[in-house]
Ligand binder design. Structure first.
Ligand code: GDP
Ligand code: MN
Length: 378
């Protein structure tokens, strides 16, 4: 579970990490009011539970009333990674001498928590790791002892951070580790931790992801859970479908979690990328297939849809009738649909299928076709 930025910052602040003064608002006029109260310049930041908001247009630093109004209006009501922006954080802008990165996560290979520090913050840390791994200092932690102060210093001094700031950075890193451990977090991150020209350190961003399996003992934070506000996920859940949005281009509809997962793997193996996981479950009747398709069609990333159904108790001819009925509502399909039917009465089902879809017998061939069609329309 990911906390929204202002919630994570409240936790960080309570642990002694400095954060900018900020207010959460939901309308343009209240954004302006908050900005004037805090004092311009301010940062306007979309409150959605994903990273990379800056690149997606969800963060703006503004100098004037007019800019603030425009930024708030354009960010509020936009959608970032499928999340409609319902509120923004208005926050005192921070003067930047250098942007730093601090993070704590579990290193599964080392079977230990790892703390990380870098003088190259403010950008995607995965990019830094790929370009210049030496720019990130790492220390593994024995959870029985916690992060020793000397380790926090080793990370801070080893991370191309100005020496005058390193001791303070080490203190922030120790606090961040304590938060991570005390709150049962999977990740705790400050990117950027801004080093101001006067030498102060301010956490301009905050990430705190909690381990879902530990929420029962983090009830105070669990109540602040960002609800699943992905519109498509909410619609699918309401229809009783198992749906997870992914980032690729081939929409997937199948019956049974195992079959759907296999389909995702085959799409990857064929050089494509799945847009979602969608299990219509047993009894793939017309209504469920129609609901599933309407969700998948409404994902703007989808370039083709692959329906992969194995007829068991549900017979292939019934499934075909369901697909036909579901598609009858469309004058023209929004994207091409490939159907692979197998199992009970599959042949009868294929014969009955509407010719607005492409019916392919072998699973591999169906996957290849769907991947190709997604490329063409993508
Ligand atoms: P993210 O893209 O979701 O990680 O959101 P961030 O809060 O990290 O914002 C992206 C970038 O905006 C940061 O890396 C900074 O470079 C910049 N930024 C964020 N907050 C401030 C701020 O208060 N002042 C200034 N000057 N820049 C900021
Ligand atoms: Mn950030």
């Amino acid at each position: 579970m990911r906390l929204l930025e202002h919630r994570a910052k409240a936790v960080f602040e309570a642990a002694g990490i400095r954060v900018p003064e900020g207010r959460v608002v939901e309308t343009g006029p209240s954004a302006l009011e908050a900005g004037l109260e805090i004092g311009l310049p301010v940062a306007v930041k979309a409150l959605v539970p994903v990273g990379g908001r800056g690149k997606a247009g969800g963060v703006a630093v503004v100098e004037t009333d007019q800019e603030l109004k425009e930024a708030a209006d354009s960010i509020l009501g936009s959608t970032i990674d499928g999340y409609p922006v319902e509120s923004v954080l208005i926050e005192a802008a921070v003067d930047i001498e250098q942007e730093l990165y601090l993070g704590v996560t579990m290193d599964r290979e080392a079977r230990r928590p790892v703390v990380m520090a870098s003088g190259r913050g403010g950008v995607d840390i995965e990019t830094v790791a790929a370009e210049d791994p030496t720019a990130i200092a790492r220390e593994h932690v024995d959870p029985a002892f916690g992060l020793h102060p000397y380790q926090a210093r080793a990370a801070a001094y080893g991370a191309s951070i100005p020496r005058s700031a390193a001791q303070k950075v080490a203190t922030v890193l120790s606090s961040l580790y304590s938060i991570w451990a005390d709150r049962d977090a999977t990740d705790a991150e400050i990117n950027p931790l801004i080093l101001r020209p006067d030498g102060e350190l301010i956490a301009a961003d905050a990430v705190l992801n909690l381990d879902d399996d530990a929420l029962f003992r983090q009830s105070e934070l669990a109540e602040q859970a960002a609800p699943a506000s992905d519109v498509l996920e909410a619609r699918a859940t309401a229809a009783g479908l198992e749906y997870v949005r992914l980032s690729g281009h081939v929409g997937v509809v199948g019956n049974g979690a195992g079959l759907v997962m296999t389909t995702l793997d085959l799409i990857e193996a064929a050089g494509g990328s799945p847009a979602n996981f969608l299990d219509v479950g047993g009894g793939a009747d017309a209504k469920r297939v129609a609901e599933a398709l309407s969700v998948v069609f409404d994902d703007p990333n989808v370039g083709s849809v692959l329906i992969n159904i194995f007829g068991g108790i549900t017979r292939g001819d019934e499934v075909a009738a369901g697909i036909n009925e579901a598609l009858a509502g469309f004058d023209e399909l929004p994207v091409p649909v490939v159907v692979r039917l197998a199992g009970t009465e599959a042949e009868a089902g294929r014969a009955a299928l509407t010719d607005t879809v492409e019916s392919v017998v072998s699973l591999e061939a169906a996957v290849d076709r769907a991947v190709k069609l997604a490329e063409v329309s993508g």
